[in-house]
Design a protein around this ligand. Sequence first.
Ligand SMILES: [Zn+2]
Length: 74
Amino acid sequence: MTDERLERDFYLREPDEQQAFLDNTWCNQCQEMDLGMTDPVEFEFKGRVFIEGRCQRCGAPVTTEIAEDDDIDE
Ligand SMILES: [Zn+2]
């Protein structure tokens, strides 16, 4: 495992999935969820996958961790 960010291509995802990730956000600046994000960049960091973008309302950076649909029941 590495400490580096591995860039992934967000746009390889299904359009529906892309839209869902763009809609389901949490903005620390606005303290509100689901404001939406722009300029999404997907990356992997320490084995976890994130999408980073900008809050559609205030432009602050927002990061969403993606829960991969593996067979992990928690
Ligand atoms: Zn915001």
